[in-house]
Design a protein around this ligand. Structure first.
Ligand SMILES: NC(=O)c1ccc[n+]([C@@H]2O[C@H](COP(=O)([O-])OP(=O)(O)OC[C@H]3O[C@@H](n4cnc5c(N)ncnc54)[C@H](OP(=O)(O)O)[C@@H]3O)[C@@H](O)[C@H]2O)c1
Length: 255
């Protein structure tokens, strides 16, 4: 594993929900690319530990605590990032929750809010403050993490499915609003990935095996495989891609 020392002109990358799973793998991938990385999440001790780990890879890294459901925390997350590093080049809106899966007849206003407050309001607030800075800079790239369930329905997961469809819609509109300022906004849409969320979602090895059986490559993804797609979409190599949703799902889109 190569390490690099970050320079003052290295891209500044902000990742929400960065302390576990896909967010954590994405933070490590950007650090290995030589970026300056701000990791954000709700748990201070884990966040500080991740920032320390990123520094051992040679990256300049900070942890800033924020719950994406609360606008003042999101505003401060973005503003402190800019105060610390002078700019914001890439934002990865990854924080998400599976909520409380179950049939529609069991859903309530509370289960709806518990999912939508993080997955939809959290992305909206993040976009609002990231675009505020990036429009001023006249540059930037935002990657929202959706899901295969941002494109198709799933019995027993209606609220999560609806929230990820909303992320796809927010992304298209944000891409159009960002375009005049040279800001790109895209989605990376993972299929099942080996993280705590997948294990909570599946609930048992039997359900997980069923999910794997639906995937042409006959395995779940690794967080690093999603991170690699995020790094690409965020980078100048994808400079003509905006308003797009990139599926990373082991061939499931081909079914
Ligand atoms: N794993 C999959 O199969 C899969 C498939 C498609 C899409 N996704 C999406 O990928 C993203 C990352 O999920 P993951 O699989 O890596 O699961 P994960 O390990 O559970 O990661 C989710 C992260 O989001 C954080 N988070 C949740 N609510 C938050 C809030 N209100 N404010 C700030 N942070 C919050 C969590 O922190 P706490 O510990 O504080 O809750 C956690 O670190 C999510 O958007 C998810 O919907 C995952």
């Amino acid at each position: 594993m190569s390490t690099q020392t970050t320079a003052s002109n290295s891209p500044v990358v902000l990742i929400t929900g960065a302390l576990t799973g896909i967010g954590r793998a994405t933070a490590i991938a950007f650090a290995q690319e030589g970026a300056r990385v701000v990791v954000s999440g709700r748990r201070d001790a884990e966040g500080q530990a991740l920032a320390t780990e990123l520094r051992t890879l040679g990256a300049e890294a900070e942890f800033i605590q924020a719950d994406v459901r609360h606008e003042e925390e999101v505003r401060q997350l973005v503003d402190h990032t800019v105060e610390r590093f002078g700019r914001l080049d890439v934002a990865v809106n990854n924080a998400g929750t599976e909520g409380q899966p179950g049939p529609i007849v069991d859903q309530t206003a509370e289960t709806y809010a518990a999912t939508f407050d993080t997955n939809v309001l959290g992305v909206l607030l993040s976009l609002k403050h990231e675009l505020r800075v990036m429009a001023g800079q006249k540059s930037g790239s935002i990657v929202n993490i959706s899901s295969t369930f941002g494109r198709i329905g799933a019995p027993g997961a209606s609220v999560y499915v609806a929230s990820k469809h909303a992320v796809e819609g927010l992304t298209k509109s944000a891409a159009l609003e960002g375009a005049p300022y040279g800001v790109r906004v895209n989605v990376v849409a993972p299929g099942p990935v080996e993280t705590g969320m997948l294990n909570r979602f599946a609930g048992s090895e039997e359900v997980k095996a069923f999910l794997v059986d639906q995937i042409p490559l006959k395995r779940v993804g690794r967080p690093e495989e999603i991170a690699a797609a995020v790094v690409f979409v965020a980078s100048a190599k994808a400079s003509f891609i905006s308003g797009e949703s990139i599926a990373v799902n082991g061939g499931k889109s081909a079914l």
